[in-house]
Design a protein around this ligand. Structure first.
Ligand code: TXA
Ligand code: MG
Length: 546
């Protein structure tokens, strides 16, 4: 088959794509998530050709792409007012966009499209080119991702060309996909709404709009042979490049060490690339899940291009868009997750007054180790002779007398400017880290598996590099103010200025794997207990890297 290359920027090419689709042809089109392989959703014969072109099992249903919510009403069957309202508010908030909604199917949808199910998956894409093609075709478009079945989804025109040239009537060349992972799928066809596939519209955002949603087991876990997923696509080993991938569930620092020791390929964060001595492909930065999502499939393709055989990959965060990244990467890895140290180092942080100290105490009661970096930072271990000498060179000989440090004077001088602060940190942080590592060693020797590094300036000091997870304690601003005024006997103005000098709550939360509400001690205890249980379960599941 000769494949026509069309341009999304040309009006006549959009018209041509629409015409080919109306006549029962196959056209690969760009969307904001991944490229789709489109056919007229209402024409069973046209849809059959999609399965052939992709070599896809025909019991795996397709998503129908519509131009608006009104069009979905023609494709769905009657449902309760409650469900209809839910669907409508989801569409109002997230369409056009990367959300697919599953509803009861109308008879006009052929079984080739629905894979024989009595439900139908619907999405109104945000990509301008995709919307224009749907309108030009004048029919709703069934479109799975435009890759060969089992291969990573295509996020660039070149990916599509590599998989589909000669198998489809046309490919519409557009921009690279900005989202980079397939749409979020939510099913309203059950009693409780269910998340079937995570994507750029996050579980947290969906729950904020419609209340509790059950996340399908297949979102995070491998199903047993006997288990039947609600979304048939979830049972296939999806998203796999040729390389054999293993996720390393550990800190960036241990990731780099382990990857370098094993001398294989790495799939890593940009910030870890410099320290790697093995060949590697980068995939966004640690605290930007959206950037990771946008890069993931391209990165998997690049691993193939470089003929990578064995790859050690980073562990994505599993909150927000991170859940979508994790869901794709863990499948690409065939669910292989290893923990190279057999324990977890965790960062415990948050703004002043949020309840971090209470959390640290509770964690110790729960059998974890917690290392108080504040206490270490004031200790004589850190401010030894050598350290005082270096400080005197920068801040003046008079900051110490007979080897005894005048802390007040040092603070006055160091905190007078940002430059002073960073000079102080440059001298003290490495020493604090040495002391923290000593404490970690002791905790490990005592058999502790969950070791918390408790530091208000975890990120500023880059101590997050030694942490596999970040736990953030939060509380409303007024409560934090009240607490620090009482704790330190300071005025509201002083409290306010201290808070202003700290990072915002948003800064912490964006980096967190766990957000613990520090308002109420009993509730905090419950949340921490749940977290500790989860972490132990993860340790049990992950193998230990040899
Ligand atoms: O972002 C996307 O959704 C992309 C672009 C092209 O729009 N499309 C896409 O389609 O990812 P595909 O076919 O690769 O994935 C569709 C998934 C499959 O896992 C399928 O099993 C599930 O949706 N699905 C479709 N209809 C369903 C239904 N009625 N019930 C449950 N799952 C369904
Ligand atoms: Mg797919």
């Amino acid at each position: 088959m000769n494949t026509l290359i069309l341009e999304a920027s040309k009006k006549e090419d959009i018209e041509k794509a629409g015409e080919l689709l109306r006549l029962g042809g196959l056209v690969a089109i760009p969307t904001e998530t991944v490229y789709g392989l489109a056919a007229n959703a209402l024409d069973g014969n046209a849809v059959k050709k999609i399965y052939e072109a992709k070599a896809r099992p025909s019991d795996n249903p397709l998503i129908i792409h519509v131009e608006d919510f009104a069009q979905t009403m023609k494709l769905t069957n009657e449902m309760s007012t409650e469900k209809l309202e839910m669907a409508r508010s989801l569409a109002e908030k997230f369409w056009p966009g990367p959300l697919t909604i599953i509803l009861p199917k109308s008879d006009i949808v052929p079984e080739e499209t629905s894979g024989g199910l009595d439900t139908v998956a619907l999405r109104c894409p945000a990509s301008k080119a995709a919307l224009e093609v749907i309108k030009a075709a004048g029919v709703p478009l069934a479109a799975p991702s435009a890759n060969l079945s089992g291969r990573p989804s295509p996020t660039t025109f070149e990916h599509v060309l590599a998989d589909m040239e000669g198998r489809v009537d046309a490919i519409l060349r557009g921009e690279d996909c900005v989202v980079g992972v397939e749409s979020t799928i939510i099913s309203l066809a059950h009693d409780t709404p269910r998340l079937l596939r995570p994507g750029a519209v996050t579980l947290e955002e969906l729950e904020a709009l419609i209340g509790h949603i059950e996340a399908d087991k297949a979102v995070t876990e491998k199903l047993a042979e006997s288990e039947k997923p609600i979304s048939p696509g979830m049972k296939y080993q999806h998203y796999s490049p040729s390389a054999d991938i293993t996720i390393l569930d550990t800190s960036p620092e241990a990731f780099v060490t382990c990857a370098n020791e094993r001398g294989e390929f790495a799939l890593c964060y940009e910030e870890d690339a410099k320290a790697l001595t093995v060949p590697h492909v980068t995939c966004g930065t640690r605290y930007d899940s959206q950037k990771q999502a946008a890069r993931l499939f391209s990165a998997l393709h690049e691993l193939d291009e470089q003929n990578a055989e064995k790859v050690l990959a980073f562990m994505p965060k599993r909150t927000g868009v991170g859940l979508a990244v994790y869901n794709r990467l863990v499948r690409a890895a065939g669910y292989k997750v290893e923990n190279p140290t057999g324990d977890f180092l965790l960062g415990l942080t948050g703004s002043t007054g949020a309840g971090k100290t209470t959390a640290a105490k509770l964690l110790e009661e729960l059998g974890c180790a917690s290392i108080d970096c504040d206490q270490i930072s004031r200790s004589s271990e850190v401010y030894d002779e050598e350290c005082i000498k270096e400080l005197s060179e920068v801040f003046g000989e008079d900051i110490a007398e007979d080897g005894v440090l005048n802390r007040k004077l040092l603070a006055q001088r160091a905190f007078a400017s940002d430059e002073g602060k960073s000079k102080l940190n440059a001298i003290t942080h490495p020493r604090i880290l040495v002391a923290v590592r000593e404490e970690i060693k002791k905790a490990r020797a005592a058999g502790k598996k969950l070791i918390f590094v408790d530091a208000p300036t975890l990120f500023e000091a880059s101590f997050d590099r030694i942490c596999a997870r970040i736990v953030v304690v939060t509380a409303p601003e007024e409560l934090r103010m009240e607490r620090i005024m009482k704790r330190d006997g300071i005025s509201p103005e002083q409290a306010k200025s201290r808070m202003n000098a700290m990072k915002s709550e948003e800064f912490y939360v964006r980096r967190a794997d766990y957000v613990i509400d520090g308002r109420d001690k009993a509730e905090m205890e419950q949340a921490l207990e749940k977290m500790v249980k989860e972490l132990h379960a993860e340790l049990e599941r992950a193998g230990v890297c040899k």
